[in-house]
Design a protein around this ligand. Structure first.
Ligand code: UDP
Length: 360
């Protein structure tokens, strides 16, 4: 690990979530101090005693939340506040808009008012669909990975119609990015935007039967392993994702927070593992295979893999990103970062975490 010239006072809003919890551990190990704000602390139990960590249990939507005071006390602000699960985009689109845009704007404006640097989490969802999905049957080679390899400052965004309300999340994040860019153009905000590509690791989400929420695909498949039930493939599991180990992600975002030589000023970074591309069907098969060959108790019932129509699984308003591969040349060049973990390794570690947490 490279020694730091100076340590930072970091305000992390949303520190109790999946990304926030891993990131806070990483930043504390680097010698920084972190003030974490969140409604929940169950994912950061082990950090609460850390001398460098201060926890503020707070809903940022509460009228009494003193965002400007906390921002003023920090050197850098990380904004992770988000509803970031597709199930929520479909069930609570207005809440998704208000939290991901309106509330995030207040944080950005506090950074403008107090002259603080902002590391804003956005999403690879902003890229939307590929040209191949938008123009079916029109391309010579729709499988060319170049069509799905997204570059931060060049790729156009292709989102579905308003009636597919899943896109409200991508639209809110996109608009937020554009507002930060505009503040930057006026020289009023020093910001860096992070676009995560399907981070995965321990604590990613609760299992569907554990909470009333609607988690991402990994916990659905994990629960199917634990209970020997069905892994459900929405629309045949044809869509593809590039899964990124949360440890790789935290290392990259740690560099973005530290901002060596100011290289991250007014930059957008894809953070992802291009080599880890897999279809959702492939993910189900890989998890079932890992479970059967390495993790299950002898005689355990294995999950089955079944197809379900999207409308049955999500209800109306569903649409999807078909494929998204991060171009990470910017993170490589400016930060010297390279993802290290392959998907099998990451899945095994993550599955072991859930098995241990469920007494298996
Ligand atoms: N999906 C699935 N079965 C599930 C949950 C999700 O086939 O039990 C699909 C979903 O339709 C999408 C992909 O898995 O194509 C990834 O969904 P996720 O909720 O993990 O988040 P996203 O990557 O879309 O943000």
């Amino acid at each position: 690990m490279v020694a730091l010239e100076s340590t930072l006072r970091i305000l992390s809003l949303g520190a109790g979530g999946f990304i926030g919890s891993h990131l806070a551990s990483h930043l504390l190990a680097r010698g920084h101090t972190v003030t974490g704000v969140d409604i929940h602390s169950d994912k950061i139990g082990e950090l609460l005693e850390h001398p460098g960590f201060t926890f503020v249990r707070q809903d940022i939507r509460d009228t009494g939340f003193e965002v400007e005071r906390l921002v003023a006390e920090a050197d850098v602000v990380i904004d992770l506040i988000a509803y970031a699960n597709p199930g929520l985009y479909l069930r609570q689109p207005l809440d998704v808009f208000h939290l991901n845009f309106t509330e995030n704007m207040k944080i950005a404006e506090a950074c403008v008012a107090r002259g603080r640097r902002l590391v804003q989490f956005s999403s690879c969802e902003v890229y939307g669909k590929t040209v191949a999905r938008a123009a079916p049957g029109k391309l010579i080679d729709p499988e060319d990975p170049a069509l799905a390899t997204f570059r931060e400052d060049e790729t156009d965004f292709i989102l579905g119609p308003v009636s597919k309300h899943r896109w409200i999340y991508a639209s809110a994040k996109q608009l937020l990015e554009r507002v930060l860019h505009a503040y930057g153009l006026e020289g009023r905000l020093d910001y860096t935007i992070v676009r995560p590509f399907n981070f995965i690791g321990p604590k990613i989400d609760y299992l569907p039967s554990d909470t009333p929420g609607f988690p991402r695909v990994f916990p659905h498949f994990m629960e199917a392993c634990l209970k020997g039930t069905q892994m459900k493939l929405v629309d045949g599991g044809r869509n593809r994702r590039c899964y990124t180990d949360i440890e790789d992600a935290a290392a990259c975002i740690g560099l973005i927070v530290e901002n060596p030589g100011g290289v991250c000023a007014r930059q957008i970074f894809n953070v992802g593992s291009p080599k880890n591309e897999v279809s959702i069907r492939g993910l189900a098969e890989l998890m079932r295979d890992l479970y059967a060959t390495k993790l299950a108790r002898p005689g355990a019932r294995l999950p089955s893999i079944v197809d379900v129509p999207a409308r049955e699984f999500y209800g109306p308003g569903y649409d999807d990103s078909d494929r998204r591969i991060p171009d990470i040349s910017k993170a490589r060049t400016l930060l010297g970062w390279e993802p290290r973990y392959d998907l099998r390794e990451t899945l095994e570690r993550t599955m072991r975490h859930y098995l241990a947490a469920n007494g298996s």
